[in-house]
Each structure stands twice: as C-alpha cells, then as structure tokens.
Write a protein of this length. Structure first.
Length: 206
C-alpha cells in the first residue's frame, strides 16, 4: 500500500493564469509531483526489502532517493497551497506577519527584493524559501538546493517558490526574473499568514 499519495490541486489548472499557465500547472502537478510521490513510495519499499533481507549494500543510494523524492512531494504539497487566483488573494501580508517582515527585513519591498534575489540567484535547481526559524524565533530566507539540500533543521516553511525549470520554462523560457515577478501576483498571503501563526508558536525548539 502506498504511503504517500498525490494531493489534488486546490484550484483548477488554469486558475493562476495569466501568471502561470494551465499547461504548466497540469504538467507540474500530474507529472512532476506524481513522479516524486512514486519515487518516495518506491524508496520506502526498497528500504523495507533491505531490512527484510539484511542486505544494506545500497543503503546510501536508497536514503538519497527517499530524501530527494520525499522532499519533492512535501515541497510541492505546500507550494500548491501557497498560491491562488490573483483576484482571490491579497497582494501583500497583513497583521503580525507584515509586522515581522518589517521588523526583520526592513520593509515588505526589501523582503521582496531579498526573496527575489535568492530565487533568481540559485545555481541549478532549487527553491527560494521564507521560513520560521524555530531556534531563533524569527523569519529567515534561504535557498533550498534541489528538493532537499542546504536546509538547516528546525526551519518551518512559510512561503516557497519552485525555481526548477519545469515550473516556468514553458511560459518564461530562461527568463527567471519574469517568472518570479509574475509569481508574486498569485501568492496566497492568507495561507502564508496561517502558516506563520502556527509556526511562530515554536521558539527555541530543536
């Protein structure tokens, strides 16, 4: 029995147009995300087989496979919720999240520039992430390499942007800056604020 399953999108494929096309959303969700789900389940099955046979010769590769594919599944499951139709979502955060952004990044505009630079500056494939650092008790921005690398523990994702080419190439070719600029229009700040309120309860946690 599969442990991980592909979640449904919380909106229609074309709901994010004209900023992100329905074609990209369909391929991104139905093909790429589905492949991560299948890969994570396959890795779990092979790890179970290794335990049953006592043969751990491929343990390093299996652990890497699980981390990569489970990372892809978790990242995308959160990513879909962090976006929504432009007409249905506020264009910037409010309340405590807005205050935290002002406090730790200087202003919303400074935060946007920092996040955009992290996204467009990625070398290779990866994500830009706004997270709650539950150790320091503050929001931070970092680059996530591939689907699972360079992430310090105790970080709770609040907002994530997929910078793999499959997320934008059909619409924006290799012009990453245009993709990021368009994506800001579909950020679901209500979801991000809800995640912030839940995450900010954790401080000094390891």
């Amino acid at each position: 029995m599969a442990v991980y399953t592909l979640p449904e999108l919380p909106y229609d494929y074309a709901a994010l147009e004209p900023h992100i096309s329905g074609k990209i959303m369909q391929l991104h969700h139905d093909k790429h995300h589905a492949n991560y789900v299948n890969g994570a389940n396959t890795a779990l099955e092979k790890l179970e087989e290794a335990r049953a046979t006592g043969n751990f010769a491929t343990i390093n590769q299996l652990e890497k496979d699980l981390a990569f594919n489970l990372g892809g599944h978790a990242n995308h499951s959160a990513f879909w919720k962090m976006m929504g139709p432009a007409n249905d979502t506020p264009d910037r955060p409010s309340g405590e999240l807005a205050a935290a952004i002002d406090e730790y990044f200087g202003s919303f505009e400074a935060f946007q520039k920092h996040f955009t630079a992290a996204a467009t500056g990625l070398q290779g494939s990866g994500w830009a992430v706004l997270a709650w650092d539950s150790v320091a008790g503050r929001p931070v921005i970092f680059q996530l390499f591939d689907q699972q690398s360079n992430v310090p523990i105790a970080q709770i994702p609040l907002l994530m942007l997929d910078m793999w080419e499959h997320a934008f190439y059909l619409d924006y070719l290799n012009v990453k800056g245009d993709y990021v600029k368009a994506w800001w229009n579909v950020v679901n700040w209500t979801e991000v604020e809800n995640r912030f309120h839940a995450a900010s309860k954790h401080h000094g946690v390891l």
